[in-house]
Design a protein around this ligand. Structure first.
Ligand SMILES: [Zn+2]
Length: 316
């Protein structure tokens, strides 16, 4: 009988399930639509947890070779996540209020379940097997629908007194005027996020790649493609977003002295138009860190949170 572990990345759009063996190799990967095609699972914890449990069991049953027994499962979840009591609160992208998620999944799967915030499972993955491997002091960010950060000090992820460490996306930039869904005005993620960059691009008259000339709303990915064509407006948008982020990171570097800053998520795929201005700013302000502090792209893509969630299982 083989022992297998599940690492699950719960996203606002999609959920990815990975099955791992005891040597920590990935054996299977399953993707599903978190909320359903008609968003019928929005706020419906019961339907969602049963669906995920079904897919985990099904994936384990379909593994080739000897029959497999699930031993434990780890989940990365967006929202306020308390790894100590296993409760998720205020996961607005999923429509969840107060959900004792680990307890529900343990009941369904009949194995121990561990949970954490998805940016911390992403960071754990990059620290164990990705762009921050071998480092003990790191800041890992994801920039997608919003922006979130996870901090590692002495090899340990810092959660803070209320499990809210790293909420840099809702740190206010004095010059910004747009209201954030959190209620404050001028949060960093009103610009430094996929929707933020998309809004700036639409205001600048950039078109979407597929609908070039038809006036479609450009995505952050479209802006990145315009950057690779040396479009000055697109480069300017990324430079602006990068400089706003760099200003916040400057304070973070002064406080935490990281060895590496890892940035992942859809917006980070733009590459140098985003990373270049951040490196320049940080190395200008901290010249003694040139050649020491690196600012790099995440390496594991959407598997980082999966691998991190799996590793989380071992942190009892
Ligand atoms: Zn906000």
């Amino acid at each position: 009988m083989r022992r297998v572990y599940a690492g699950v990345d719960v996203g606002g759009t999609g959920t990815v399930i990975g099955l791992f063996d005891e040597q920590r190799h990935i054996l299977a990967k399953v993707q599903l639509d978190t909320l359903g095609s008609k968003r019928e699972r929005f706020g419906d914890v019961d339907a969602y947890t049963k669906l995920v449990a079904h897919h985990i069991r099904d994936a384990a049953a379909q593994l080739p070779g000897d029959s497999a027994t699930l031993v434990a499962a780890g989940f990365g979840i967006p929202g306020q996540v308390n790894p100590e009591d296993g409760v998720v609160s205020d996961a607005t992208n999923l429509g969840w209020g107060h959900v004792p998620f680990a307890w529900i999944m343990e009941d369904l799967l009949q194995v121990p379940v561990r949970i954490d915030h998805d940016v911390r499972t992403f960071a754990k993955g990059e620290l164990m097997a990705g762009a921050a491997r071998g480092r003990s002091h790191a800041i890992c960010l994801t920039i997608g629908t919003g922006i979130a950060a996870a901090i590692a000090i002495d090899g340990k992820l810092v959660r803070g007194g209320h499990n809210l460490a790293g909420e840099i996306g809702h740190d206010v930039v004095a010059t910004l005027t747009r209201r954030c869904p959190c209620g404050k005005v001028g949060c960093l993620e009103t610009v430094v996020s996929g929707p933020g960059i998309s809004r700036l691009a639409a205001a600048a008259g950039l078109t979407s790649w597929q609908n070039e000339g038809e006036g479609g709303i450009p995505t952050a990915e479209d802006v990145a493609r315009h950057c690779s064509d040396n479009n000055e407006q697109a480069l300017g948008i990324y430079r602006y977003a990068a400089e706003l982020l760099a200003e916040k990171l400057e304070t973070a570097v002064a406080l935490l002295d990281p060895e590496v800053i890892v940035i992942g998520g859809g917006v980070a795929k733009a590459g140098e138009p985003l990373f270049g201005p951040i490196r320049t700013r940080l190395h200008d302000r901290f010249p003694w860190l040139r050649g020491k502090l690196t600012v790099v792209q995440a390496e594991l893509g959407d598997e980082a949170a999966l691998i991190g969630a799996f590793h989380h299982v071992f942190q009892v």
